[in-house]
Design a protein around this ligand. Sequence first.
Ligand SMILES: NC(=O)c1ccc[n+]([C@@H]2O[C@H](COP(=O)([O-])OP(=O)(O)OC[C@H]3O[C@@H](n4cnc5c(N)ncnc54)[C@H](O)[C@@H]3O)[C@@H](O)[C@H]2O)c1
Length: 241
Amino acid sequence: MARRLANRIVLVTGAAGTLGGAIAEFVAREGGTALRSDLKGRGCEIALDVTIENEWLAAVSEIGARHGRLDGLVNSAGIGSLGSIEETDFADYKRVMAVNVDGTFLGCKHAMPLLRRNGGSIVNISSISGIVAGHNLAAYNASKGAVRLLSKSVALHGARLQPPVRCNSVHPTFVEGAMVDALLRSTAEPQKTREKMTRDIPLRRFAQPGEIADLVLFLLSDESAFITGAEIPIDGGLSAR
Ligand SMILES: NC(=O)c1ccc[n+]([C@@H]2O[C@H](COP(=O)([O-])OP(=O)(O)OC[C@H]3O[C@@H](n4cnc5c(N)ncnc54)[C@H](O)[C@@H]3O)[C@@H](O)[C@H]2O)c1
């Protein structure tokens, strides 16, 4: 049976991280070529700080020279931040917006010339925090909400292209891995916080990275050819109530 991403070239940002790593692995497993990027020194083949426009231009130019096109882009680089509106410094807010929003904007913008050559699919990793808010997630909520609507604008533009470029946003709740571990460590009582966070999820557990990667794979593949501009929660039922 043909593999679902046979011969597809997919750029993944934040690929040294929990989700980016799982996504790149699943892309390769399904016959695609995963171009892994992350900050310099994080062990990926492409060093790309997503907040720096010139690094995007260099990465895209290199991919164009080597592959001549791009079939998929997954914007997974991101940082978390805990804090209410009163607790969050302006500098922290700007850092979160730079990585989560500017990084996704620059990726969609500068990968588009390569994606539109043959048509393609962009998947932006937002968060369930891009749909529902928390009192102590001011900067993160702002950033992930921005990714949600940016994705829809990109989708509407991409739908006018021939062949089209699709764009969708994925909204996970907590995923087992580095980001959640760091978040829990920053609280006074990590174990109690974990239990409370788990209680808030109707399926009573966090997501596994592979469960998010499976959804991203579907959105990259032709199985989702008529899905664009969609925001897809993958949250164990959290946003259903
Ligand atoms: N882990 C979760 O619970 C969770 C839940 C919902 C959404 N998300 C989102 O999923 C995405 C991936 O999260 P993860 O769990 O893999 O986190 P992670 O911390 O394991 O990985 C994030 C990666 O992004 C990279 N990164 C940070 N700043 C960067 C920059 N300026 N340029 C390039 N790379 C940069 C880091 O080096 C890291 O490898 C993020 O956008 C995150 O907000 C995560």
